[in-house]
Design a protein around this ligand. Structure first.
Ligand code: FES
Length: 105
């Protein structure tokens, strides 16, 4: 399966889905620009902000209070904003599309 990260300018990066691995790790392991993961996945830096495509919100679910506390600090926070480090890939995510904000925190 694959997961696609779409940059703010529309550039798409398709990466291989690895079950149990977070979207932050999949992005950084595959050199997707704009996902930094500075805190190593501790939900405390906000540099893994992704915006789940509307078509997929039913699959990924919505963010936790912990994630809200981080992503709401971003000027680009959207209804479907998530922390990529808190979204663990499962087989259900095959074909998932997430968008990247123009600027990470
Ligand atoms: Fe730091 Fe996700 S990697 S909040």
């Amino acid at each position: 399966g694959t997961i696609t990260f779409v940059e703010h300018d529309g550039t798409a990066h398709e990466v291989e889905l690895v079950e149990g691995v977070s979207l932050m790790e999949l992005a950084t392991n595959n050199g997707v620009p704009g996902i930094d993961g500075d805190c190593g996945g501790e939900a405390s830096c906000g540099t893994c902000h992704v915006i789940v495509d509307d078509a997929w919100i039913g699959t990924t679910g919505t963010r936790s209070d912990e994630e809200s506390a981080m992503v709401e600090m971003s000027a680009e926070c959207a209804a479907n904003s998530r922390l990529g480090c808190q979204l663990r890939a499962s087989s259900d995510f095959d074909g998932l599309v997430v968008h990247l904000p123009e600027f990470q925190m």
